[in-house]
Design a protein around this ligand. Structure first.
Ligand code: TEU
Length: 566
């Protein structure tokens, strides 16, 4: 197998542009704002920036609905500014990967407008058009071509009066799914990818890329007793031709390029076995994928808004399986936070008294694994979740739809608000807190979404001036990965997997070994006798402690190498 890839010790930082920094005074973050904060990224020490979509879009799903794949939306700036950003990043040795949203387009994308114009359109087959279910009246409930529900509520089908057929959309009706069965559709995607790479971008984060291959029969999904919609996912998650499509994409886009690229697929529902296929380098599909197992463990059978809390042992079991499963073949991406997930200090940590400690503990447990860590904007200062208490504060289409639907079904309003407070995607989308000044230094005017409840205590300015700085701790973790092959490449060994609050693992390489210890609780915790000794490499408490005791949310990285003869 070829030499170690360049990204084996890289760290990626994600920017959600709408919420990062506003340079134009319209309350919405933009490319100019990112350019103003390049020093922040460089100081942190990251290698790659992943930019969530900045393409032209009607913004029904904050840009994950693209109407022109080669133009920057004027909300975020201009193509020239994007070139400037790319230059600024490259000048600092940072690569740029773009979001690639090609499971679906915007319903305002020209090919969709053409496709929906008539049944005989040459683009008709670029999307999934189907007749109403036989025996039902078109447009009436039950007449949908199959029983699939959309990710964001309601049917996955919308009826189009003009041509009297339905089109498929796994997300909002403004996000029609492309038909990847049609080779012309695929070739246009590859052309567009090549266009971006020719401009100098360094790769892609591929939105729900494991949804692109559907069983063309589009069979009904199994529906739960009492449930309205069937589960269509077996017919489109890791679908029949997914590996063929990804190999074709690699061939058309990457195979003849010489540069250093990064591809990461977002793959909800991917198992370890699937992920191994996606990321086995001999198969030429993807470099790594975002799996969803560890961010589903605190959910009950009712799905993401059915919050049940985390059992630490479940997380250890899951992470261990992924670490081991992709040890020989394939590669892990490591993340706790992104624009779709609640903030980690609020979700698995303590956003109040031990905000610094729990932020840095989770950072330690993540960054000391083997794989590529992703840092989501604000995570590096321990920003908590939004803490919204009224529906008027929310902006996310998924949250708003869920609220309306839940109330329609007669659920208790307070309970629904509480589940949104826990799990809403808006938890990660409040404005980046740069200072404790007006609008957190994010903008000069009222931002598009309210500031999170962590304001004004939590900000880049305050954190960097503090003795206990989350940012400085992230800097150290990132440096450690850059400098230590043990961290980037060492083997992973989980210890004490059933313990309810101790998170312990070893990394080994040759005669070198690191022991990572974390106390995932607000109570003191005795260290098992066999894990007491070692030289402290990094810890998240500034005062020295007792090696037999972990303080609340304490994390330690110890050198436990066995030196020959030592
Ligand atoms: O998300 C895909 C996805 O399935 C989920 O992460 C989803 O956002 C949510 O968690 C469902 O509860 C990707 C993008 O990251 C997301 O922002 C987009 O809304 C979605 O695709 C559609 O493009």
């Amino acid at each position: 197998e070829p030499r170690t890839p360049w990204w084996a010790n890289a760290v990626v930082y994600q920017i959600y542009p709408r919420s990062f920094a506003d340079s134009t005074g319209d309350g919405i973050g933009d490319i100019g704002g990112i350019i103003e904060h390049l020093d922040h990224l460089q100081d942190l020490g990251i290698d790659v920036l992943w930019l969530s979509p900045i393409h032209q879009s009607p913004q029904f799903d904050n840009g994950y609905d693209i109407s022109d794949y080669r133009r920057v939306d004027e909300l975020f700036g201009t193509n020239e500014q994007l070139d400037e950003l790319l230059e600024g990043l490259h000048g600092r040795g940072i690569k740029l990967i773009m979001d690639l949203v090609v499971n679906h387009t915007s319903s305002e994308y020209p090919a969709f407008l053409e496709s929906r114009s008539s049944r005989s359109s040459p683009r008709r087959d670029s999307y999934w058009w189907r007749d109403p279910r036989p025996g039902f009246t078109a447009g009436e409930p039950g007449a949908e071509p199959n029983n699939w529900g959309s990710m964001f509520g309601g049917s996955a089908w919308t009826f189009d009066q003009r041509t009297r057929q339905y089109y498929l959309h796994l997300f909002t009706p403004q996000q029609p799914d492309l038909n990847w069965e049609v080779s012309r559709v695929r070739e246009r995607v590859y052309e567009m990818m090549n266009w971006w790479l020719d401009k100098g971008v360094d790769g892609f984060r591929m939105d729900v890329i494991n949804f692109i291959s559907k069983d063309p029969a589009l069979p009904d999904g199994v529906s739960e007793a009492g449930g309205v919609w069937g589960d269509g996912s077996p017919h489109y998650v890791n679908g029949p031709r997914i590996h063929e499509f990804l190999q074709e994409m690699h061939h058309r886009v990457f195979s003849e390029r010489q540069g250093e690229y990064l591809t990461v697929g977002e793959t909800p529902g991917a198992t370890v076995e699937q992920a191994r296929l996606y990321t086995d380098r001999r198969r030429h599909e993807l470099d790594m994928v975002f799996q969803f197992e560890h961010v589903s463990l605190d959910q009950g059978p009712g799905g993401k808004f059915d919050y049940k809390g985390l059992e630490l042992a479940d997380l250890k079991t899951s992470w261990n399986r992924w670490q081991r499963g992709l040890a020989e073949t394939g590669w892990n991406s490591l993340y706790l936070s992104n624009h779709d997930q609640p903030r980690i200090v609020s979700r698995f940590g303590d956003e109040e008294e031990y905000r610094y400690e729990s932020a840095t503990l989770w950072a330690t447990l993540l960054h000391l694994q083997r794989g590529t860590p992703y840092v989501y904007q604000g995570e590096e200062i321990g920003m908590p979740s939004a803490g919204f208490t009224s529906i008027g504060q929310y902006r996310d289409v998924e949250s708003l739809n869920h609220y309306a639907e839940a109330l329609r079904l007669g659920m208790d309003q307070e309970a629904v608000l509480e589940s949104l407070r826990r799990m809403s995607r808006d938890n990660a989308r409040t404005p980046m807190q740069w200072t404790s000044g007006p609008h957190a230094g994010f903008s000069t005017v009222e931002p598009w979404i309210p500031l999170g409840k962590g304001f004004p205590e939590t900000s880049v300015e305050a954190d960097r001036a503090a003795e206990k700085s989350v940012f400085r701790y992230y800097q150290r973790l990132i440096r450690l990965r850059h400098e230590s092959e043990l961290v980037s490449l060492g083997d992973f060994h989980m210890l004490d997997p059933a313990h309810p609050t101790l998170f312990a693992f070893k990394r080994t390489r040759g005669d070198q070994a690191l022991l990572v210890l974390g106390n995932v609780s607000g109570a003191e915790l005795g260290v098992p006798a066999n894990l007491e000794s070692g030289d402290l490499v990094l810890g998240n408490y500034i005062t020295p402690g007792d090696h037999r005791l972990l303080r609340p949310w304490e994390a330690r990285i110890l050198d436990v190498s066995i030196y020959p003869g030592g």
